[in-house]
Design a protein around this ligand. Structure first.
Ligand code: 5GP
Ligand code: ZN
Length: 117
């Protein structure tokens, strides 16, 4: 655990979150500032800064995160109409929390993949 990391502290139960799915290796909880009717974050319980670090050091858990995201999407009723799965990475990607997380977004048409410049 990284004591300075917000999401490690959510895993540790030190900061409350609305948990919707949990496995031995992953945790999924609602985003505090939802950008869509469904906006859930899926994280590995162990600290990795971004998807590249996770995929390199623990690809099995990277697969666990993807499977958990799919399970969340199904549980949230997104299977029929679809959803977006997103990993922001680094500065240009808009990453703000440096504990890797997948955004599961859905519940309405999400529009273009990128905001117009
Ligand atoms: P990023 O920009 O790093 O891809 O996404 C970080 C996400 O974490 C944002 O969508 C933001 O709303 C969410 N977030 C930030 N702080 C908290 C928090 O304390 N609790 C929860 N549930 N989400 C948070
Ligand atoms: Zn962390």
């Amino acid at each position: 655990m990284n004591n300075d990391c917000l999401f490690c502290r959510i895993v540790a139960g030190e900061i409350p979150a609305t948990v919707v799915h949990e496995t031995d290796t992953t945790l999924a909880f609602r985003d505090i500032g939802p950008k869509a009717p469904v906006h859930v974050l899926v994280i590995p319980k162990d600290h990795h800064a971004d998807i590249a670090a996770l995929a390199t050091t623990d690809p099995k858990v990277a697969a666990d995160v993807m499977a958990a995201a799919a399970a969340v999407a199904a549980a949230e009723g997104l299977t029929t109409d679809g959803y977006r799965l997103m990993f922001n990475s680094g500065r240009h990607g808009g990453q703000e929390v440096f504990h890797v997380h997948a955004h599961v977004l859905g519940g309405r048409p999400l529009g273009p993949m990128l905001a117009p410049q």
